[in-house]
Design a protein around this ligand. Structure first.
Ligand SMILES: *[C@@H]1O[C@H](CO)[C@@H](O)[C@H](O)[C@H]1NC(C)=O
Ligand SMILES: *[C@@H]1O[C@H](CO)[C@@H](O)[C@H](O)[C@H]1NC(C)=O
Ligand SMILES: *[C@@H]1O[C@H](CO)[C@@H](O)[C@H](O)[C@H]1NC(C)=O
Ligand SMILES: *[C@@H]1O[C@H](CO)[C@@H](O)[C@H](O)[C@H]1NC(C)=O
Ligand SMILES: *[C@@H]1O[C@H](CO)[C@@H](O)[C@H](O)[C@H]1NC(C)=O
Ligand SMILES: [Cu+2]
Length: 581
């Protein structure tokens, strides 16, 4: 009875605030969704290149700061030759040119980029959402949005705080909103970033709708010296995510939660049947027999990918999320959690076959979930053109790349325990997830000194691998060690919520896990293994020089840190991060 009343009141509430009809549509079965994806022939659409926007201008041949205006538009997007066009939310400079993913922003190291983000979205969302988790709910309708550049070293006012949201035409703004134009100083290491929506409680649905794009910081002098494959043809982004579609082409997201009496819509993890690269389902790319650089961004809500190439060609990693590696690292597979980035060279000149499929074999949820099938086990195909490359391949894979300062415990100011909790209903289904047992609304407890280096001991007490993302900071895992007598520790933490009081060091004595060499650099997301303690060195300064930030990182509204499984982040594996001086 109580449940029925609750569902009814939520429905009335949704009618009042004008939520999309998606809530009321008849159920679609998993079989139908799978059939729609299975009906799409693989490798028939060519891999698109997203439009490029320069985040700088030129005056007398010299680079100067650049200003961009990027909108969010409601439009149709073709994900596959044989699938009807899909209604999406897309970033672009106009409705006509907006794309999914959005345009790639090309910035130069040290040259500021100013972006005015504009919301042109309709009164109602195209996907179902859930007002019972902490969510931005405007009084006057519209879709709340706010843009975060993932991996960006940016002032708090330009970081895209979850409470700095705004609706169409800035008609309504969230409590932390301060200005329409964001400044990105691009003072950090050259590397791979991406931008996406971050509105409170809506991140999973706004990204699912299409609000994702790549952002790259280049240093032409440094990169000319490295002589890696370069230019628009040989240096490309692959933005990978998974989506399910209904027969009419619309995006499918379940409108019934797994605990509907508590959360009518929220589900702990979204998995789609089709694998999308640069906005096309299972595309192909014609390549020449030479080296290419691919910057692979995992923009899935919850799917991990473990990539390999069917003909056994290796990936040669040159960088990770935000930084170059000290030396190139070869690997046969790449494990990428949501929001992680691999930056690899593939040398097609050494291929013994002319067609190569990029495959995925990561169980979902990772690591203990279902195995992949014929659909989500394939990503895209490379087709090698016959004959020699049009021009000789003069690019190199140098023996040495870029040496950043090592991650060590030297000079650390503070060690913190960060514990990840998942809470279950009586039926054993997840109801919500918290960091340190605290809600997002609870006052900040992580208050690092701006300019300092800390160690975060991150302990995962849940069943899943959680990619941890800390805004502003650069960080890397230096040690991953299993907890012994885990159940005893869990029981203690459930009552005490204090790792020290629960004798954490006496428990962290189990097996040590290897950290892959291709992750041994400064990153923006670190995978946190269940049942293990991951020791993360976190730098709240400019990593290369240890210099302080050139802006006031202690200003309001501060930053956040969270799990990058978007469905977890929204409910509510997210906490405030407030720097102090
Ligand atoms: C949607 O979620 C509900 C509740 O968990 C489940 O019973 C149903 O099968 C799901 N539908 C699809 C199509 O996955
Ligand atoms: C992408 O990230 C999601 C969530 O963080 C993760 O579940 C998925 O496995 C990742 N996929 C790849 C290919 O890395
Ligand atoms: C956690 O426990 C330790 C050791 O018992 C104690 O010194 C510390 O004050 C506790 N921390 C909090 C936040 O209660
Ligand atoms: C922690 O270890 C101390 C010393 O070994 C012991 O006295 C105490 O009971 C332990 N506390 C818990 C919660 O296990
Ligand atoms: C979190 O811990 C659980 C068990 O405690 C484990 O199964 C899971 O893989 C862990 N997740 C990560 C990311 O480590
Ligand atoms: Cu998570």
């Amino acid at each position: 009875m109580r449940n029925k009343t609750m569902i009814l009141s939520v429905m009335v509430y949704l009618m009042v605030i004008g939520v999309s009809d998606a809530w009321l549509e008849p159920p679609v079965t998993e079989t139908i969704l799978h059939q729609v994806a299975a009906s799409l022939q693989m490798f028939v659409d060519e891999l698109p290149q997203m439009p490029k926007l320069h985040g700088y201008s030129k005056r007398y041949g010299l680079p100067m700061p650049g200003s961009l205006t990027i909108g969010m538009f409601h439009k149709k997007w073709k994900f596959h030759r044989d699938l009807p066009a899909t209604t999406v939310f897309a970033y672009g400079t106009s409705q006509n040119t907006a794309t999914v993913p959005g345009p790639t922003i090309e910035a130069l190291q040290g040259i500021p980029t100013l972006v005015t983000w504009q919301n042109h979205l309709p009164q109602s969302h195209i996907l179902p959402w859930d007002p019972t988790i902490p969510t931005a709910i405007p009084k006057t309708g519209g879709v709340p949005t706010v843009v975060h550049v993932h991996g960006g070293v940016n002032e708090p006012q330009s970081d895209g705080h979850a409470l700095a949201w705004f609706t169409s035409g800035f008609k309504e703004t969230g409590p932390a909103w301060s200005k329409p134009t964001y400044t990105y100083p691009n003072i950090q290491h050259p590397g791979n970033l991406w931008y996406h929506d971050h509105a409170l409680g809506l991140t999973r649905v706004n990204l699912l709708a299409g609000l994702i794009g790549a952002y790259v910081i280049r240093n032409p002098v440094l990169e000319m010296g490295l002589n890696l494959p370069s230019g628009p043809i040989f240096d490309r982004h692959l933005v990978v995510f998974d989506r399910s579609f209904c027969k009419d082409g619309s995006l499918y997201m379940n409108f019934t939660g797994d605990n509907p009496s508590i959360h009518p819509q929220w589900q702990p993890e979204y998995f789609g049947d089709a694998v999308i690269v640069n906005g096309k389902a299972w595309p192909y790319l014609k390549v020449q027999r030479r080296k290419y650089r691919f910057r692979i961004i995992n923009a899935s809500n919850a799917r991990f990918y473990r990539f390999s190439l069917t003909n056994g060609l290796p990936f040669i990693h040159v960088a990770s999320d935000s930084s170059y590696l000290p030396t190139p690292i070869r690997s046969q597979t790449i494990l990428l959690s949501p929001s992680e980035i691999a930056d690899v060279i593939i040398d097609f000149s050494t291929s013994l076959t002319n067609e190569i499929v990029l495959t995925n074999d990561a169980p979902y949820p990772y690591p203990t979930g279902d195995p992949v099938d014929n659909l989500n086990g394939k990503v895209m195909k490379f087709i090698i053109a016959p004959g020699n490359p049009t021009r000789p391949d003069n690019s190199k894979i140098p023996a040495s790349l870029v040496h950043s300062p090592a991650a060590t415990r030297d000079g650390i100011r503070m060690t913190r325990y960060i514990v990840l909790y998942e809470y279950l209903s009586d039926a054993g289904t997840p109801t919500h997830l918290y960091i340190n047992g605290k809600r997002f609304e609870d006052p900040a407890t992580e208050t690092p000194e701006s300019g300092s280096t800390e160690v975060w001991e991150v302990i995962n007490l849940t069943e899943d691998n959680h990619p941890l993302h800390i805004h502003l900071a650069k960080f890397q895992a230096i040690k991953v060690q299993e907890l012994v007598d885990l159940e005893q520790f869990k029981d203690c933490m459930a009552t005490m919520n204090n790792a020290t009081a629960c004798n954490v060091t006496a428990h962290v004595t189990g097996t040590l896990l290897d950290i892959p060499d291709y992750e041994k650099t400064w990153k923006n997301s670190v995978k946190i293994q269940p049942g293990y303690q991951t020791t993360v060195v976190v730098k709240f300064n400019l990593v290369d020089t240890n210099a302080p930030y050139p802006f006031d990182a202690t200003a309001e509204p501060g930053y956040v840190f969270h799990c990058h499984i978007l469905d977890h982040e929204d409910n509510a594996m997210i906490r405030p991060l407030k720097l102090v001086s």
